[in-house]
Ligand binder design. Structure first.
Ligand SMILES: Cc1ncc(COP(=O)(O)O)c(C=O)c1O
Length: 372
């Protein structure tokens, strides 16, 4: 699989050119509103003084970093605010390759394709560990794959694309494996608010020099366009203390700083948003999952009901998860998903659907009719 060129746009462009109405279930852009506090923050910022239109501190607004540190129960010197989880993952993976010996990155199959693309352009060796049929990742398979060559292990829970959540025991094992192999566990937790099973465990529960957690407000506040994320690095006073400083330097050399208004608005939203906002987002998605899974049952498809996140992978009888078949679904059914083959070999028979559209019911009916 060529991970160098992101494939999402291929399908999105194909769907946009179709001469029929298409329900877009390709990308992970939430379709609901951000919290009110976010909009209030942006509105207020318009009237800010001239100096607040200048560079933010490179590691992020101090008050936002403090807010994040308090929520993640870490010291503020471990937090770097980034342009989304994407940059946080980049800083963590490059930092891990620099700091730990070996040039291998362990990824999962299926994989979020940007990890694999990044590993390729960093010239790292990649080893893929197969997730189980239910999408869960057996720590023993990760242990068997890790070696002295391993410098980075990337896990993502709740998982894109499988919807699996790795529980506290699994997470403890992933941390132990990274420690045993003198490697860095990069734990991408961007879907942490979308846990329907109550199983989510953060890697930050382990105070380890071998762990970086990455995250953002992109999904939890429905603001993928604002680009505010963060990474929590090991303590600067510990054996991997250089990771945070190097990441901050790399971040500065690349971006100078992140967007100041966006950080300000996120901070306001963090301070003012009640747990009910996140709970309502979960309820909305659970309703969609129910609707969509019922239609998949009716279509005779195989699928795993997601424990978290907002994607469903499905396998339809005699209909592989290829680009060709996905294009046929666009043209004939009016539903656009992502071919499973874009996520690795193990799911090449599957198609991933993002439930971030109010038209899930319609899409489910269309799929039902097509596979009838
Ligand atoms: C697993 C995973 N990590 C990272 C990202 C990118 O997140 P951000 O928009 O915060 O950079 C996504 C986006 O879909 C994702 O699914």
């Amino acid at each position: 699989m060529d991970y160098e060129t992101p494939q999402f746009f291929r399908v999105m462009q194909y769907a946009a050119r179709a001469d029929r109405d298409v329900v877009d279930m390709v990308s992970g852009n939430p379709d609901w509103d951000p919290p009110d506090g976010l909009r209030d923050g942006l509105r207020d910022y318009a009237e800010a003084d001239a100096d607040e239109y200048q560079y933010a501190p490179s590691r992020g607004l101090k008050s936002l970093r403090e807010e994040i540190a308090a929520r993640r129960d870490v010291t503020v010197d471990r937090v770097v605010v980034t342009n989304g989880t994407g940059e946080a993952n980049h800083l963590a993976m490059t930092g891990g390759l620099d700091h730990f010996s070996g040039d291998e990155i362990v990824l999962t199959d299926p994989v979020y394709p940007y990890y694999a693309g990044r590993a390729n352009f960093l010239d790292a060796e990649t080893t893929f560990v197969a997730a189980g049929d239910d999408g869960r990742l057996d720590p023993e398979t990760v242990r068997a794959a890790a070696s002295d060559e391993t410098s980075v292990i990337v896990v993502n829970s709740p998982n894109n694309p499988t919807g699996a959540i790795y529980d506290a025991d699994a997470m403890a094992e992933f941390v132990a494996i990274a420690e045993d192999h003198d490697a860095l566990l990069v734990s991408d937790e961007v879907y942490d608010h979308f846990d329907y099973a109550g199983r989510f465990a953060s890697a930050l529960e382990h105070d380890s020099p071998n762990v970086v957690a990455t995250n953002a407000f992109s999904k939890s506040m429905a603001i993928t366009g604002l680009r505010v994320g963060y990474a929590v690095f090991p303590s600067p006073d510990g054996p991997s203390g250089d990771l945070v400083d190097r990441a901050a330097t790399r971040h500065m050399l690349t971006n100078v700083s992140g967007s100041r208004p966006a950080q300000y608005a996120v901070e306001r939203a963090l301070q003012t948003t009640s747990p009910e906002y996140y709970a309502e987002c979960r309820r909305r998605l659970e309703r969609r999952i129910d609707t969509f899974c019922a239609a998949l049952d009716a279509a005779g498809a195989e699928y795993n009901r997601p424990e978290g996140g907002f994607y469903v992978m499905a396998r339809f009888p005699d209909f592989a998860g290829s680009f060709e078949n996905v294009y046929e679904l666009v043209d004939e059914a009016g539903v656009a998903g992502m071919p499973g083959e874009a996520f690795g070999e193990s799911r090449s028979d599957w198609i991933r659907f993002a439930l971030v559209t109010p038209r899930v019911e319609e899409a489910a009916e269309r799929l039902g009719n097509f596979f009838e």
